[in-house]
Structures are given as C-alpha cells and as structure tokens.
Design a protein around this ligand. Structure first.
Ligand SMILES: [Zn+2]
Length: 385
C-alpha cells in the first residue's frame, strides 16, 4: 500500500508511493481542499493541469449538505463531483469541535447543533465511518476529539483518551471497498501525550497515521513540536499526514521532519483576499504598488495565471471584485503549493533535498504573525549569540 522509496540523508524527509483504490499518489503530496465537494474557485480541469493527485473532502459538511442520500444516489463522492483520482475524507471531528455548537460529548460521539441551521445532530465513530463508507473515499480518517490550542493539560489528556477509544471503535466499522483508514495522533504540545497516543494507535494497526490537533491557532514552534513528538513513534513503512498545514516554508520544514501528506485551505482562502504566495513569501496584490506592474504574479511560474496575466490587471480585477481575479490567484497559489511538493520529490530522488531546503527557507520571508510567534519562544540571534 505504501512504498518507501528513499530516505533523505540530511533529515527525516522521505520519498514514497501510496497506492489507493483510485490510483497511485507520489509522496510527499499536497492535497487541495474540496470541503464541499469542490475546491473553491477551481475546476477539475485546472486541478488536473496543475498536477493534483488527491483531493480532500469533508464528512461534516457533506453530511449536512447535500446529505448522504443525494451522494449515495449519485454513486458516491467520486461520481457526484466527477473526480476519479483519489479522495481523502476528514472524519468531521475537527469541524464538530471547531464549528458546531456542542451540546454534549457522550461515550460514543458528540451531540451538537449544526452551524448552519441549529438542527440537533449526532456524530461519533460509527456515524463518521458510515458516512465515509457511503462517500466512498479512498482514505477515511478516524473520528477524533480535537481540542483547541487553549485546552488545559487535563482537557488534552481527556481528548487523547477519547480519541483512542473512538479510534478503536472506528477500526471495527465496515469500510468501502479498498478504503484505507488512518488513525489521528492528538496530544497538543505535550510530548508524553503525543508519544502515548502514537504508540497506542500504532498498536491498533491503521493503514496510515495523521498528526491532528495542529492548525488550531498554535504558534509555529508548537506546531513543529507536535509533529516532532509524534513522528518517532509512527511506523517507518506507513504514510504520515499532518492535518491542515501549512505555508510553503512550513511544508518544506514538515517534510524534513518526516511528514508525507498535507492539506491546507490557505492557497484558496488567502487568494480570495487578493493574497498571492510566492517562493519568497506572500504579496498583497490589491496594493497600490502593483498598479502599473506589468510582470506576472511570480517570475518563472508556469501556471496559467502567470502565463497570461499581469499583476496590474489582476490587481484591477481584485479591486472591482471580478470573479476572474480571485480565480486566477487561486490557480497560482494552488499551483505553487503543488509545485513546491513536486520540487521536493525531485530533490529527494536526486539526493539534493538538504540543499533545496536550505535555499528555500533562506529565500522565504514568513508572515509577520509567524515571525512574531518565533520570537516569543526563540531569543533573537544577536541576544543569544
Ligand atoms: Zn503562477
């Protein structure tokens, strides 16, 4: 199911190949997020052209709308959205704990009110796995308890215990034909809880393992630690997935920490505000600086948007709210994320990942928020040295 093709000599980075019911995925891989059975602003032809190998769909959202009966009648999620490459579905745990109004956490799941119309719903391991079976995703995730970044150590421990109990329950549920199931490591930024959770899940023998409870508002150093605490206890010969991450520079650093799979809404979400990712950091295309900028979003980029349009034109579209503007920035951003992953795979194959990582990180200017979070935990170089 997962072939580990090569391991980097300078880091924990790996080159691999994941075989699913709808085809093979080369890792490390970025999965564009199609929460509502569509990657926002992009059509499947564009996703194909930019080299998308696997998409992410969401149990919570698809269960609420259009509802399982409709997707089942269509013949499953692949048929419904007419996407015939692999799909991974998130279990809904993250959404229940972040979007919905929780009424009660019960032994076998969570009673909550829909974020949409307030209707009373119940989702637990059994329900989540049944929805994912009907969706027919290639990879299903276990239903987990994802506590916020502000949770107390005691709450995080409770979430780990519940996650393990629910993982065992998920393990026993019926699956779609050929469907793989991944466990999710919780434990916040507590080394001992991450280890305990990873060891217990590994003993249950899932097809792959995710690091969850990241991308919940924690500063970057804590996110890196959460991954570092979990990875040493996950099997070498199975895929590892960091959920909901990250910026291009974070993807490079997480691959170097032994992660194989990623999903993130950033490329399409920030595009809708006119923010473009480049290999040097982000730029806000709505700014006056681009009024007469006749270059592409990023010099050297071979995406459709950069081949065709200038920054000045895209800035104009964004400022007058033309749909083409946000579509083209979404094309560029998603293309960039996929291209950075492809570059990493190429450098891993060639044995030059270490050089690539150094150059990429040196050239990338993180956002002010990321920099501020780093400075909280790491003394500036001149003070330390
Ligand atoms: Zn581009």
């Amino acid at each position: 199911m997962f072939d580990l093709l090569k391991t980097d000599t300078s880091s924990l980075a790996r080159l691999g190949r994941l075989t699913t019911a709808h085809g093979v995925v080369q890792t490390p891989v970025f999965m564009p997020v199609g929460t509502q059975a569509s990657v926002k602003a992009l059509d499947p032809r564009e996703l194909d052209e930019m080299g998308t190998e696997i998409l992410l769909g969401n149990t919570y959202h698809l269960h609420i709308r259009p509802g399982l009966d409709i997707i089942s009648e269509a013949g499953g999620l692949h048929q419904f959205m007419n996407w015939h490459k692999p799909i991974l579905t998130d279990s809904g745990g993250f959404q229940v704990f972040s979007l919905a109004k929780i009424r009660k956490i019960k032994p076998h799941g969570v009673e909550f009110r829909s974020h949409l119309d307030g209707s009373l719903l119940f989702l637990g391991p059994k329900e989540s796995m049944e929805i994912q079976r009907v969706l027919g995703s290639d990879i299903a995730m276990v239903f987990d308890d994802c506590p916020p970044h502000t949770a107390t150590p005691r709450e995080v421990r409770g979430a780990v215990e519940r996650t393990l109990r629910w993982a065992a329950e998920c393990r026993e549920q019926p699956r779609a034909k050929g469907q793989l199931v991944f466990g999710i490591v919780q434990g916040g930024s507590h080394a001992e809880l991450r280890e305990e959770c990873a060891r217990a899940l590994t003993a249950m023998k899932f097809d792959g393992y995710a690091v969850g409870g990241v991308s919940v508002g924690e500063p970057e150093p804590e996110m890196m630690k959460a991954v570092e605490y979990a990875v040493p206890f996950l099997p070498e010969n199975q895929p590892r997935y960091a959920m909901g991450l990250g910026t291009p520079a974070q993807l490079v650093e997480l691959v170097a920490r032994g992660v194989d799979m990623f999903d993130c809404v950033l490329p399409t979400r920030v595009a809708r505000n006119g923010t473009a990712y480049t290999r040097k950091g982000t730029i806000s295309l709505k700014g006056g600086a681009y009024k007469r900028d006749w270059g592409p979003i990023e010099e050297g980029c071979d995406c459709f948007a950069c081949q065709r349009f200038t920054r000045a034109y895209l800035r104009h579209l964004l400022n007058v709210n033309e749909i083409l503007g946000l579509r083209m920035v979404s094309v560029h951003n998603s293309h960039l994320f996929l291209r950075v992953m492809a570059d990493m795979r190429q450098h891993l194959a060639a044995g030059t990942f270490g050089e690539f990582r150094r150059e990429f990180i040196a050239g990338y200017r993180p956002s002010r928020k990321v920099l501020a979070a780093r400075q909280c935990t790491q003394p500036p170089v001149d003070e330390a040295g």
